[in-house]
Design a protein. Structure first.
Length: 150
């Protein structure tokens, strides 16, 4: 008949580390869930006041006087190398979602809300940075931007 021996139970300190690790993992899961929600719920509102970026993170309002709509274009970040984000300075950068502050390959500072790099609105501002947005209808967005009263 086999004789069975048991391990000495882990100390309370080890259990504390396991608990801390579990809490941190749950916190990270909640944070990534929040980012996933933010990647699907951002809105870009044009009005006479300017551009309001409504997002769970990095949202802001840009005054109409700060925008340069005549320089706005639709770009494909997969092929337009100069406008590709290369350095994340304060933002979220995951496959399929980039939001926050980045440096572009050409050295320019940019605020990104990009989910589809193939059709992005590139909008320079007078504030020393550009805005790159994934909008459902980029050409119509630029038309509305140019038609907005200043």
């Amino acid at each position: 008949m086999p004789e069975v021996f048991h391990i000495v139970p882990a100390s309370g300190r080890a259990m504390g580390y396991f608990t801390l690790f579990a809490v941190l993992m749950l916190g990270m899961a909640a944070m990534f869930g929040y980012f996933a929600l933010a990647s699907r719920s951002a809105q870009f509102e044009l009005s006479a006041n300017g551009l309001a970026i409504r997002s769970a993170v990095y949202g802001r309002t840009l005054a109409a006087s700060a925008l340069l709509p005549e320089q706005a274009t639709v770009v494909d970040l997969r092929s337009d190398r100069e406008l590709q984000p290369t350095l994340r300075t304060n933002g979220i950068g995951m496959p399929g979602y980039a939001a926050g502050w980045f440096r572009l390959r050409k050295g320019e500072k940019a605020l990104l809300f990009v989910t589809d790099p193939s059709r992005v609105v590139y909008l320079p501002t007078r504030e020393g940075y550009s805005v790159l947005l994934s909008v459902t209808e980029p050409e119509r967005f630029i038309e509305a931007l140019k038609a907005a009263p200043r």
